[in-house]
Design a protein around this ligand. Structure first.
Ligand SMILES: [Zn+2]
Length: 152
């Protein structure tokens, strides 16, 4: 599943990338550009008017009603049966949407915490990531969304 997020949904776009989905996002895309790009992707927007335009043009679009990230992930899970993944091996670069590849610890220049064994580098922007405390938080958030019932 490939998405394009409007300027208000940068956080959601980063979460989609972390879960391994292509999440197109930039703050300088106007409505027309978003709609053009939405021909190949599902548009995620909080803008009711933009959502209406997308729908009238027969595009795939989701009106995100929730403000918080958990609620937004829950909405995608329910609306398009988005599979919430917490596998760092599948993640995309949260900064640029590039694909990540595994990396050997010896090649890391940055100081990394002890006990970390999984390293990744973005093929596009060359940012380096590792599976640390941050991923524990991501996993907890995803687990929380997965286990929360509809009626909560
Ligand atoms: Zn990157």
């Amino acid at each position: 599943m490939r998405f394009i997020a409007d300027a208000m949904l940068g956080k959601l776009a980063r979460w989609l990338r972390l879960m391994g989905y292509s999440g197109d996002y930039s703050t300088d895309q106007g409505d027309d550009e978003l709609l053009t790009r939405a021909k190949e992707r599902t548009l995620l927007t909080r803008d009711r008017a933009l959502y209406g335009r997308a729908k009238s043009e027969g595009l795939s679009a989701i009106l995100i009603s929730e403000g918080g990230i958990k609620g937004q992930l829950m909405q995608l899970k329910e609306d398009v049966e988005l599979v919430l993944r917490d596998t760092p091996e599948l993640a995309r670069c949260p900064m640029c949407n590039g694909r990540l590849e595994g990396m050997e610890k010896e090649k890391i220049k940055e100081t990394v915490p002890e006990g970390i064994s999984n390293f990744f580098k973005c093929r596009a922007c060359e940012n380096v990531y590792w599976e640390g405390l941050h991923w524990k938080n991501i996993k907890e958030t995803i687990k929380d969304v997965k286990t929360r019932g509809k009626d909560v």
